[in-house]
Design a protein around this ligand. Sequence first.
Ligand SMILES: C[S@@+](CC[C@H](N)C(=O)[O-])C[C@H]1O[C@@H](n2cnc3c(N)ncnc32)[C@H](O)[C@@H]1O
Length: 350
Amino acid sequence: MISQLAEYFGPPKEGGFFVDAFCGTGAVAEAAAQLGWNVSINDHLYSAVISAGARLVSEEQVPFRKLGGYARVVALLNSAEPVQGFVYRTYSPVSFETCGIERRYFTRDNAGRIDAMRTLIAEWRVSGYINEVEEGLLIADLFGALNRVANIAGTFGCFLSKWTKQSEDNISIKCRELKSVCVKVQAKVGDVFEVPNTQQDVVYLDPPYTKRQYASYYHILETVALGDEPVVEGVAGLRPWKDRASDFCYKRRALKTLSNLVQSLQASRVLLSYSSEGHICMEDMKTELAKIGDSTMYPLGAIGRYRPNKVASSTGSDVNEFLIVIERSKLEHKTEHSKLMGSNSLEGCL
Ligand SMILES: C[S@@+](CC[C@H](N)C(=O)[O-])C[C@H]1O[C@@H](n2cnc3c(N)ncnc32)[C@H](O)[C@@H]1O
């Protein structure tokens, strides 16, 4: 999907940024940076901006000079003794002793190691041993490690009742391959309506298209990123997330919110990813965008639907993704009607 998408980015523009306004993991921003774009990343989740930022880090930004280099720092984290911190108390079976609910997100040992690693990273930062970029990189690397041993079916919305084989492995951080070339990166944690953008920029929009609220489904990553100890609720142990409830996840609000967003942007070129199975019917999208300006829709082929397990996987059908390209100059002059190119799955909607 990324390579198909990248065909529409266009060449990097002098003074312009590729703005990944709902950056999530940052895979798209990374592809733009590889094409030489300076990138701006934004998400309302801190954990997403940390993950995306780490994909863009170059070797020279993270020398880890005071601690003997990246590989040594990762080895230090991997050898940290477990501590009985927040993750241990809240997201391992120990939670039964503290709140009467046995949460099986992580084994006791792995949970204690996650606490130990996160504490070390925080201590290094406070004492000036690592800089902000190095801190972000290590937190993102910790995400990678904890994802590999989490006893979940894809997201942190719930844990599995039986331990998976991987969840019983010992958690271990791996060094990632760092970029050799550095592009300019701007990072912001905030609502998409507040993302700075200028006429020279390309803005990429990949909003949620189902009722799945990322803030609740990825709550543990957010807690590890922030390093705080929130009051959690329910069997899943959710941190307060409703202040990050996204309007794009509500069927009734999604279309108007998207239309307001596109209209508010300054960028000359706006790229919008959406799915034919999303809240907004492609026909409604076409009508709404036609009021704003000229847009072209490109089907991007089939990708696997989000599936929680193997059984569902074998029965599920494919989701069709679309990229809608909106040219700003045409948005401004509003001279042409929307030109939406059809596809098989679109026809069902028309
Ligand atoms: C479909 S995902 C983006 C996936 C991303 N393109 C990637 O490659 O991983 C949508 C993202 O939008 C974020 N989000 C949802 N509503 C938002 C809002 N109002 N402002 C900023 N970010 C939002 C979510 O936290 C989530 O990370």
